[in-house]
Design a binder for this molecule. Structure first.
Ligand code: UDP
Length: 434
């Protein structure tokens, strides 16, 4: 019997934070000789063209039938497609096991029942570390009105999939992974490369700027791809950064760059801070920046990709979550890994006060946390030491023979076995018919 070529179909959710880790996985699989089809929209394909066109050792696409579907957890509808095609489906989570476990425990123990308000913190049950979270900060569990159907769909798809892939690595969250594995699953990690859109800044220019700064002295600031803050909050952040006196790279995404923001920058801020604050307007080469030795801290919105990139680069973080999994990711960085210092965001960014344009984090507080993270005090040293440890752990996970490599092998072997079983039973059915 001819050996069946392995063909994985990957379907990310259409948002950069989901497409980027799926592309990482696609490339890792292609490097192992698996034929990979990635389904996305033309716009999203063109945004990631640089990454997609990198050479990979994938065999030519000769329409081998798919052996499995890897479905982003936000695409629960794929369970119907997989069932129709008769192929196994693996869910792909671009959020950590820590989050999945918190969500599971909060729901299982119905913790929020009877709690008097969505600002009241509760303790997440059955965790080795004390974690507090409010109902407003856990929107995955209590989605905004009108989205309950999505939560139910995701949970239904999760319980009927063949297996679970999580973008993490074994030594980062061993206790949380093993608990989650009791439900079902496997784990994977990604490697680092620039991802997503074409950077708006010339990478050389950015690196030359970083080269001119002292080792570990620069704070890098990015709020990811979706969270968008109003002018008043950006101004407050800018003034806090200016008062800190530190060298900074500040990414202001294209959708935040309204004319009012440009006017404010032009009114003096950019001129006053030109020698030490580099503003990137649009897409930044984040992974390259984070791995530069001049970077000493990362102010992040706690998106899971950014959190993992900060961990892999070994930089301590200032945490400023926006929504979705980000508040629990903040708790993970601050309370579990202890590589983060919170900036003080308490409510999700879709909160009406943010939409109205209120300031949620004040300039004095921003100045204070930047100092805590970037100065020479004991706390900053400890944060840096732990971040360096995590970087080493991340490196060994993706090394040859590391846990992430091992997980990938297990996944490929399992799909291969399933494909063989399917081929054998199809042959038997055919023989019976003949
Ligand atoms: N990113 C980037 N340059 C930017 C903004 C974002 O390279 O200017 C990348 C970042 O490295 C990360 C992803 O986009 O891989 C953002 O994903 P994350 O989960 O952190 O945030 P979200 O997309 O959910 O806001």
């Amino acid at each position: 019997m001819a050996e069946q070529k392995l063909h994985f179909v990957l379907v990310p959710f259409v948002a950069q934070g989901h497409i980027i880790p799926t592309l990482d996985l696609a490339r890792l699989l292609a490097d192992r000789g698996v034929l990979v089809t990635l389904a996305t929209t033309p716009v999203n394909l063109s945004r990631n063209q640089a990454f997609v066109s990198r050479p990979a050792a994938s065999p030519p696409a000769d329409l081998a039938p798919p052996c499995c579907i890897i479905a982003d957890f936000c695409n629960p509808w794929l369970r119907h497609v997989a069932r129709e095609l008769g192929v196994p489906r693996f869910d792909f989570y671009s959020i950590p096991c820590f989050y999945l476990l918190c969500e599971h425990n909060l729901m299982h123990h119905k913790v929020y029942e009877g709690v008097g308000g969505d600002d009241v913190p509760v303790v997440v049950p059955d965790l080795p570390v004390r974690i507090e979270v409010t109902m407003a900060q856990a929107p995955g569990i209590f989605p905004p009105p009108g989205w309950k159907w999505m939560r139910d769909e995701v949970s239904e798809a999760g319980s009927s999939s063949h297996g679970t892939l999580v973008n993490t690595f074994a030594s980062l969250e061993p206790g949380y992974i093993s608990f989650y594995e009791k439900v079902k699953g496997k784990k994977l990690a990604t490697d680092a490369a620039n991802r997503g859109d074409k950077p708006v800044i010339n990478e050389e220019k950015c690196l030359t700027w970083l080269d001119s700064m002292e080792l570990g002295s620069v704070l890098y600031i990015s709020f990811g791809t979706l969270v968008r803050y109003p002018l008043a909050q950006l101004v407050e952040l800018g003034l806090g950064l200016e008062a800190s006196g530190r060298p900074i790279i500040w990414v202001i995404k294209a959708r935040e760059l309204q004319s009012a923001v440009e006017e404010w920058l032009a009114e003096g801020f950019e001129e006053r801070t030109r020698d030490r604050i580099l503003i990137i307007r649009g897409w930044a080469p984040q992974v390259t920046i984070l791995s530069h030795p001049s970077i000493g801290g990362f102010l992040t919105h706690c998106g899971w990709n950014s959190s993992l990139e900060g961990i892999t680069a070994g930089v301590p973080m200032l945490t400023w979550p926006g929504f979705a999994d980000q508040f629990l990711n903040e708790r993970f960085l601050v309370d579990v890994l202890r590589v983060g210092v919170p900036c003080g965001m308490k409510r999700p960014f879709w909160d009406e006060t943010v939409i109205r344009g209120d300031v949620k984090v004040k300039r004095e507080d921003i100045k204070k946390v930047v100092e805590r993270l970037m100065d020479d005090g004991i706390e900053a040293h400890e944060l840096r030491n732990r971040a360096t440890e995590l970087k080493k752990m991340a490196r060994s996970a993706i090394d040859v023979g590391g846990s992430s490599e091992e997980s990938l092998t297990q996944l490929i072997n399992e799909v291969s076995l399933l494909a063989k079983k399917q081929t054998i039973s199809a042959t038997e059915i055919q023989q019976e018919k003949d």
